[in-house]
Design a protein around this ligand. Structure first.
Ligand code: DX5
Ligand code: ZN
Length: 226
């Protein structure tokens, strides 16, 4: 996999033409599709379930699908989303009673496991989970809605987690999610993120190819300046 991945969130897609709109951002250069599952219980919004993930696979979407479960509980949905074709499945530790068991379940279903830290969730959650995760997803907004502004404390948190990942010696992606634009993606890469979820900025762009290219240029520029 390339060192930096752009993962548009279909939360900002045209739901009436979901297959076509998802294909459009992949063809425009996106690496992975971010799939925001909300249950109107863990978060105050309701989106889509595993049937929609399966439908995207059947439509012909072959890019990795990065499923972000904002639901409680999570275990049944892990099984359903794995069967539906997810590549990564990420869970919020507050949303399951047995975090270790849920992470193991993701692996036993053949998917890569992610842990998601909300803006106020401490990095200490990683102490006993780092050996079982393939991705750490840092929420740069409170989960539940697209189109919010990035919370500035995200930068310090990404830096801290980058150090934790590097000293673990493990191959773990550091993903950031919420409020990401062409203007802040470079600083996020500089802080240590390597995977970028962007909903509104990509799907609502008048020129999606130009937006994704600009995002990649900003990442390159920021990394070269290190
Ligand atoms: C928020 C979601 C995000 C978010 C991204 O709960 O996890 O994926 O919607 O969308 P934008 O880029 O619009 O903030
Ligand atoms: Zn998300």
């Amino acid at each position: 996999m390339s060192p930096f991945l752009i993962a548009p969130s279909i939360l900002a897609a045209d739901f009436a033409r979901l297959g076509e709109d998802t294909d459009r951002v992949i063809k425009a250069g996106a690496d992975m599709i971010h799939f925001d599952v909300m249950d109107h219980h863990y978060v105050p919004n309701l989106t889509f379930g595993s049937m929609v993930c399966k439908a995207l696979r059947e439509y012909g979407i072959t890019a990795p699908i990065d499923t972000h479960l904002m639901t409680t509980p999570v275990d049944d949905l892990i099984i359903n989303f794995a069967k539906a074709g997810s590549t990564y499945i990420s869970i919020h530790p507050e949303a399951t009673h047995h975090v270790d068991r849920s992470l193991e379940l993701i692996h036993s279903c053949g998917c890569r496991a992610g842990i998601v830290l909300n803006p106020a969730t401490p990095v200490e959650w990683l102490t006993y989970t780092i050996d079982k995760v393939d991705m750490i997803l840092v929420m740069s907004v409170n989960p539940g809605f697209g189109g919010q502004k990035l919370i500035p404390s995200t930068f310090a948190k990404i830096k801290a987690i980058r150090e934790i990942i590097d000293s673990s010696g493990r191959d773990i992606r550091l993903e950031v999610d919420g409020g990401i634009t062409e203007d802040n993606i470079g600083s996020l890469a500089k802080a240590g993120a390597d995977t970028f979820v962007s909903g509104s900025a990509v799907f609502h762009s008048k020129d999606c190819v130009a937006t994704i290219n600009k995002m990649r240029m900003e990442i390159d520029k920021a990394i070269k300046s290190l």
